[in-house]
Design a protein around this ligand. Structure first.
Ligand code: PLP
Length: 401
């Protein structure tokens, strides 16, 4: 009888070997590698030749226009990274020092950090097993018991602080239950800001993620579905907010032929033209990446179909996922297996696959287990706790299919 780690390695090999055989010399398989097979060289060269490599240049404007057109947002503002995008989006959503902001416990640390940079306090909420994103049913129950609604505001009964915003995140590219979360935002007077860092190309009922809240944010870090080296963007349908986002992220300098007048404390968060040039070329490739990732999902699904104790994460109902990362979820076994044994199984699988040169990774450490966020308010988190012990991300690069 083969062990579960051995069976998983066999399934990974079945899926990946045909691709690896056509690229001789490959020793290991990465979790997620960028791919530059379009106009990347050309646009970057053009940028260097023009000398406009830094804070202004035509590629920044073009990248913003093309991002808006692709996502259907009225405006896109390109910035230096996804964390800065979220920080500024929260500022424009009215998040002030001392406010609380609902974020998932199961997320990358940048979501919580952006809240902290505003002087606000992250308030962690649980995830749903079918989306891996915030669970509206559990969140509504939690807000019902822990908050009170006064005129125009929602307060945490225990801390007395105002809850100002709700920040869903589309985990590994899978759209979360936006209908349910938008209804909560409306009922509890919370401003919805989407952390869509992982979900460029993902849609919810046909509409692009990141365009449902007042503002949404994207990341183009090296491991995301497209990359600008480092970069991010703020999406919004509100022209005034977009203008403010541009102003705040470019040192809040008033336009003038020579005077240096700054009418607010802004940030140097602009995306350099050089990075935007890379972004324009990558955006042209996005449809190819999406098709290839969906193909890889299909291959993994077939390869893992025979393994009864694992589930390959599938796009949730109503969602079109970009399948940025492929995710294996160890299923809760019969009652005699406690969660601890699943965590042990997970570690055995991570060890065996990484030893075999197949890069796999667990989910992030949950936010409330991180030292800086241990004391933050939080809802009961049974699903996030369970998922964190059962998630294994698989090699997911677009080039693998
Ligand atoms: C990547 C990511 C970000 C932003 O990351 P940057 O590296 O700052 O571009 C934010 N939130 C989530 C969930 C992410 O995965």
């Amino acid at each position: 009888m083969t062990t579960l780690p051995a069976a998983i390695i066999a399934a990974l090999r079945t899926t990946l070997d045909p691709t690896l055989a056509s690229t001789p010399g490959t020793t290991g398989v990465a979790l997620h590698e960028p791919r530059f097979q379009g106009n990347e060289q050309r646009y970057v060269q053009d940028c260097i030749a023009s000398t406009f490599v830094s804070s202004v240049g035509p590629y920044v404007d073009r990248f913003e226009r093309e991002l808006a057109a692709y996502t259907g947002a009225r405006r896109a503002v390109a910035v230096v990274n996804g964390t800065a995008a979220l920080q500024v989006a929260l500022q424009l959503a009215g998040v002030e020092a001392g406010d609380e902001v609902i974020v998932p416990a199961l997320t990358f640390v940048a979501t919580a950090n952006a809240v902290h940079y505003r002087g606000a306090i992250p308030h962690f909420a649980d995830s749903a097993p079918d989306t891996l994103g915030l669970d509206p049913t559990a969140l509504r129950d939690w807000l019902q018991t822990t908050t009170e609604r006064t005129t125009g505001a929602c307060r945490n009964r225990h801390t007395g602080r105002r809850l100002r915003a709700l920040v869903p995140m589309h985990t590994f590219g899978h759209p979360c239950d936006l209908d349910g979360l938008l209804a909560i935002a409306r009922d509890y007077r919370l401003t919805l800001v989407e952390d869509a860092a992982e979900s460029l190309g993902s849609r919810y009922h046909g509409r692009h993620t990141g365009t449902f809240g007042l503002l949404g944010t994207l990341s183009f870090n090296g491991n995301k579905i497209i990359t600008t080296g480092g970069g991010g963007a703020i999406l919004t349908d509100d022209e005034h907010l977009a203008d403010q986002a541009k102003h705040l992220t470019t040192t809040a300098k008033r336009p003038h032929r020579w005077e240096y007048v700054h009418d607010a404390i802004g940030y140097n968060f602009r995306l350099p033209n050089l990075n935007a040039a890379l972004g324009c070329a990558q955006l042209e490739q996005l449809p190819v990446f999406l098709a290839s990732k969906r193909r890889l999902y299909g291959r993994y699904r077939d390869a893992f179909a025979a393994l009864p104790t694992v589930r390959l994460m599938q796009e949730p109902p109503g969602g079109d996922s970009n399948y940025w990362l492929q995710t294996l979820i160890l299923e809760e076994g019969p009652a005699e297996f406690a969660n601890a044994s699943l965590a042990n199984q997970r570690d055995a699988i991570l060890t065996a696959t990484n030893d075999a040169g197949l890069m796999t990774r667990p989910a992030w450490t949950l936010m409330h287990h991180l030292e800086p966020y241990r004391a933050c308010p939080r809802a009961p988190l049974p699903v996030a706790e369970s998922l964190a012990q059962r998630i294994i991300n698989l090699p997911s690069s677009a080039g693998l299919a």
